[in-house]
Design a protein around this ligand. Structure first.
Ligand SMILES: NC(=O)c1ccc[n+]([C@@H]2O[C@H](COP(=O)([O-])OP(=O)(O)OC[C@H]3O[C@@H](n4cnc5c(N)ncnc54)[C@H](OP(=O)(O)O)[C@@H]3O)[C@@H](O)[C@H]2O)c1
Length: 223
C-alpha cells in the first residue's frame, strides 16, 4: 500500500510522512516542485539518521496522487482547491484523506479561529469538488499537531478522529492512523461530523498559545 502526501513538504505532511516511513510504509512526498519534495525526503532521512532508507519517494503532486493507493492532502485552506484541481484526475477509485483545517490564517487572521465554509467543513468541500469521481473521501489527522508528529522518538499523545461515509475506506485510514505510536483512531461516523472535528484544532492551537506549549492533543475516553 503506497501512501502519497500531497503538500508533503509542509509541517503536517512531513510529520505524517516521517511517522509512516518509520512504520515501514511506502511513502511518496508530493510537492508543486519536485526539488522541494527531494529536500523533504532528505530532511526526513537526516531526522531518522538513516540515509539508506528507501521507502520515501519525492514526486510532483499529480505524480504522487497517481502513484498512491491512499492520497493524503496536507495544504492550507487557501491552497486546497488549486491543489485538488491539479490532482483530481488521478484520484479515481482511491481513498482520499483530507487533513485541511479552515483556520482564519488563510484570511490573514488568527490561527485560533475557525472559518465557516458553505459546505460545512473543509473535507466536505473536497467531497463536493470530487463528487463526480469515484473517490472515497475521509477526514483524518486534523487534530494531530506537526510538532507531535516530528517529536520522535516520543509517542503522539492524541487520538485521530476519523469521519467518512465509506466504511471500507474509513477502516483503511483507521489502520493507517494506528501505525503512529500512541495514536488511537476513533471512528466518528459520517463525513459531516468533520465539522466538529476540524473546529477542535483551533481550540488546541489556542491551548498551545495560552500555555506556551506545542504538544496539546485530544483523547476520547470511555470507548
Ligand atoms: N501544522 C500542523 O500542526 C497541523 C496540524 C493539524 C492540521 N493541519 C492542517 O494541515 C494542513 C497543512 O498544514 P501545514 O502546517 O503543513 O501547512 P504549510 O506548511 O503552510 O503548507 C503545506 C504545503 O502546502 C503547499 N502550499 C502552501 N501554500 C500553497 C499555495 N498557496 N498553493 C499551493 N500549495 C501551497 C506547500 O507545498 P509545496 O510548496 O511543496 O507545493 C507547503 O509545503 C493545513 O490545512 C492545516 O490546517 C496542520
Amino acid at each position: 500500500m503506497k501512501i502519497s502526501i500531497i503538500g508533503g513538504t509542509g509541517d503536517q505532511g512531513l510529520g505524517l510522512a516521517l511517522r509512516f516511513a518509520i512504520a515501514g510504509e511506502d511513502v511518496v512526498i508530493g510537492s508543486r516542485d519536485v526539488k522541494k519534495a527531494e529536500n523533504a525526503v532528505s530532511e526526513i532521512k537526516s531526522m531518522l539518521g538513516k540515509e539508506e532508507i528507501n521507502n520515501l519517494t519525492p514526486m510532483t503532486n499529480p505524480d504522487a496522487a497517481r502513484a498512491g493507493d491512499i492520497v493524503v492532502l496536507t495544504v492550507p485552506l487557501q491552497a486546497q482547491m488549486v491543489t485538488l484541481k491539479s490532482i483530481k484526475d488521478e484520484l479515481e477509485g482511491k481513498t482520499f484523506v483530507d487533513a485541511t483545517v479552515p483556520l482564519e490564517t488563510c484570511l490573514g487572521g488568527r490561527p485560533t479561529r475557525y472559518v465557516d465554509l458553505w459546505e460545512g467543513s473543509a473535507v466536505e468541500r473536497s467531497a463536493e469538488f470530487l463528487n463526480e469521481k469515484d473517490v472515497k473521501v475521509v477526514s483524518a489527522f486534523n487534530n494531530i499537531s506537526a510538532a507531535s508528529l516530528t517529536n520522535i522518538p516520543e509517542d503522539v499523545q492524541c487520538d485521530c478522529l476519523i469521519s467518512g461515509d465509506d466504511l471500507e475506506a474509513k477502516k483503511t485510514v483507521i489502520e493507517l492512523a494506528e501505525k503512529i505510536p500512541g495514536v488511537k483512531a476513533i471512528d466518528c461516523g459520517a463525513l459531516e461530523n468533520a465539522r466538529v472535528v476540524e473546529k477542535i484544532t483551533a481550540m488546541l492551537i489556542n491551548l498551545n498559545i495560552r500555555n506556551k506549549v506545542k504538544l496539546t492533543g485530544i483523547r476520547i475516553t470511555g470507548l
